[in-house]
Design a protein around this ligand. Structure first.
Ligand code: CUO
Length: 677
């Protein structure tokens, strides 16, 4: 009862959450508990007695007639049984074609099972025999696409090796062997002598890496729409936009730390910054290091020249305003959906047009960068951090790689006509004032505060277990960026009742040299903070919106052990458990909503753009929930409610800033200050 009350109070405090929370029923709770138990300590055999009993009584190969795709199921389980697929303990790499094809077999095995019971029995059978990386990825993608509201444990507690450094894992082993509970401080890689170290808190943030890995589970490049019957709306465009935003975010962090914007990769130029991940795979192999100033190398199956050719073809098509499909027919990219076509080609995904011609620029760039220190496999060095979505952003070169992709899209966007005043205006509506106010009592209007705070995560799953060595509490402690919650206060006049879409953006006011950034440059640096629908009445409206409700962020996930405890108690009837079924795993953590800013304060421009909701939004596809991260993570399995191009109205050139002087767009100067905690 006390818990229920707390939930309600929390919901009231954060605004719109209340209506979305529902009490989980017994069926839901049992499923949730089963998922958590199944994904606990994936490198060890199943321990749970109920799941062991299922494992012993159910062999998918003896039930082939029950599956809609028996061929796939048969092939998968026979290949695993006969040792033809990846073995347990090996490194699963989605970028490696054979690994991916094996994973897809397992994904399809699970995804096409309609009922929960056979789905879960099959998952148990697979979990025991499959490569654990392959299993977790396939199972997660299947679950996210079939079961609404069930939560997966945070990825940094499933495979801690991918989120922490070797010294931490070593200390964790020591703690377990000596049966001593411990909290292990985790430092970012590198040293104070490396200027890149100043922004490592961003690329190495565990929530950031969790977001990125989940984005790629929600929007897999190998997704086959026709076969799976689930449309991935504007996937190519979202691929560009989410990564574009990460690049803009990274630059804002750099500026906050007196570093110049990150430069794009170039196939002919050295990769200036090296990277030493100081991390190890669970099977003992090191993640490779890269010294400064390495040059790209030909791999045995892909040359630097191939990459240049693919880039040349893409850029030629951008300049021409059309791409060529596999029949050599021209497909225009001059419309607003051009970026979707282009994004798919660059990424490249299952939906890419003419992959033989345009190649797989982005995916192969990840591989080229990841393998640069042992391009021919001469030393048997394993995959670099760039080949796992869980680890990729740790390497500063990730942002250089994505800036390179981003510049291609910019070339395209810059060829589209700038928005006209008519396209920007919302007649009858004017934003009179915009303010941001921190939620603490002492806060000054338009001054937002960031700080670093300790965050703890559990390392149990990094370690093996045995009946004779009991679990002890072993946690990592890491400093993470966070911000004081705040509110936007918009004063809006309207000449009629109407619905509007509010889009809120932030951009640094000054560049690295201290010059004010002109609007036409600023537009490519803007960070989206929020997007939501507002209802205007005739006359003056004062709209307050909480930063917690942001459409780009999600709350930090509950810890694995905490989830298991809460759900176990709820299953036993000892507590109530509330769930928001629209919860997303994808989304930047709340703590990263704002760039760090500077200790002395850093000036930013906050831009609020209101447009007509009836014209701009498919309101029937709009899900309002503070756990939803629509702006970066799209609508999973549905239509994206926003009809405008992502990033509108900053996605196109702004040769004349006057065009933006319309009543429904308002810019306010704010300061972000990083304070000690
Ligand atoms: Cu997310 Cu390159 O696509 O890392």
């Amino acid at each position: 009862m006390r818990f229920a009350l707390l939930v309600v109070l929390a919901a009231v405090a954060t605004g719109s959450v209340l209506a979305k929370l529902e009490k989980a029923d017994e069926t839901f709770l049992k499923k949730q508990l089963a998922v958590l138990k199944l994904t606990w300590r994936l490198s060890s055999p199943i321990e749970d007695p109920d799941q062991l009993a299922i494992l012993q009584s159910y062999n998918p190969l003896e039930h082939l007639a029950d599956y809609t795709n028996p061929e796939t199921v048969k092939h998968y389980f026979e290949a695993v049984r006969d040792g033809r697929h990846q073995k347990r303990g090996e490194i699963f790499n989605l970028f490696e074609r054979s690994h991916r094809l094996q994973m897809i077999e397992l994904f399809e095995t699970l995804f096409f099972i309609k009922e929960w019971v056979p789905f879960f029995k099959t998952a148990i059978a697979a979990r025991e025999v499959s490569n654990e990386g392959q299993f977790f990825y396939a199972f997660s993608v299947a679950l996210l696409h079939r079961e609404e509201g069930l939560q997966l444990p945070p990825p940094y507690e499933v495979f801690p090796h991918l989120f922490t450094t070797s010294d931490v894992v070593r200390q964790a082993y020591r703690a377990k062997m000596t049966q001593t509970p411990v909290v292990i401080p985790m430092n970012f890689t590198g040293s104070i002598r490396n200027p890149e170290q100043r922004v490592s808190y961003f690329g190495e943030d565990i929530g950031m890496n969790a977001h990125h890995s989940h984005w790629h589970m929600d929007w897999p490049f190998w997704w086959n729409e026709a076969k799976y019957g689930v449309h991935k709306d504007r996937k190519g465009e979202l691929f560009w936009y989410m990564h574009h935003q990460l690049a803009a975010r990274f630059d804002a962090e750099r500026l906050s730390n007196n570093l110049a914007d990150v430069e794009a990769l170039h196939w002919e130029k050295p990769i200036i910054e090296g990277f030493v991940p100081k991390a190890q795979y669970k099977n003992g192999y090191e993640f490779p290091s890269r010294p400064d100033n390495m040059r790209f190398q030909d791999l045995s199956f892909l040359s630097v020249n191939d990459m240049k050719q693919y880039e040349r073809r893409i850029r030629k098509s951008i300049a021409a305003g059309f791409v060529l499909d596999s029949h050599w027919d021209k497909i225009s990219i001059n419309g607003t959906d051009g970026v979707d076509i282009l994004g798919s080609i660059i990424e490249s995904s299952q939906e890419s047009l003419n992959p033989n011609y345009y190649g797989s620029l982005h995916n192969n760039a990840h591989i080229m960068l990841s393998r640069v220190t042992d391009p021919k496999g001469k030393f048997g060095i394993k995959y670099g951090v760039l080949e796992h979505f869980e680890t990729a952003t740790r390497d500063p070169a990730f942002f250089r790689l994505h800036k390179y992709m981003d510049n291609l899209v910019k070339e395209h966007k810059d060829l589209l006509p700038p928005y006209t005043r008519g396209e920007l205006e919302l007649p009858g509506v004017s934003v009179e004032a915009v303010k941001v106010i921190g939620k603490s009592k002492a806060s000054t209007p338009n001054l937002l505060v960031t700080y670093f705070q300790d965050f703890y995560f559990d390392l149990s799953n990094a370690l093996d277990s045995s009946k004779n060595v009991k679990d002890v509490d072993i946690q990592a402690k890491v400093r993470r960026l966070s911000n004081e919650p705040f509110e936007y206060v918009l004063t809006v006049n309207s000449d009629a009742e109407k619905s509007a879409v509010a889009r809120i953006f932030l951009a640094p006011k000054y560049n690295y040299y201290g010059e004010e950034i002109p609007l036409d440059e600023l537009r490519w640096e803007v960070i989206e903070l929020d997007k939501f629908i507002i209802k205007l009445k005739n006359g003056q409206n004062v709209i307050r919106r909480s930063s917690d409700a942001s459409s780009v962020t999600i709350p930090d996930r509950k810890g694995f052990k905490e989830l298991i405890k809460e759900v176990t108690e709820a299953v036993a009837g000892n507590r109530e458990y509330y769930v928001d079924k629209k919860v997303r795993h994808c989304g930047l953590p709340h703590g990263l909503l704002l760039p760090k800013g500077r200790p002395e304060g850093m000036k930013f421009k906050l831009m609020v753009v209101l447009t007509d909701a009836e014209q701009d939004f498919h309101t029937q596809h709009y899900i309002e929930s503070s756990d939803n991260s629509l702006s970066y993570c799209g609508n999973l399995g549905g239509i994206n409610p926003d009809k405008r191009p992502f990033g509108f109205p900053f996605d196109r050139q702004i040769p004349l800033g006057d065009i933006f002087r319309v009543n429904n767009i308002k810019t306010t100067e704010i300061t972000i200050q990083n304070v000690p905690n």
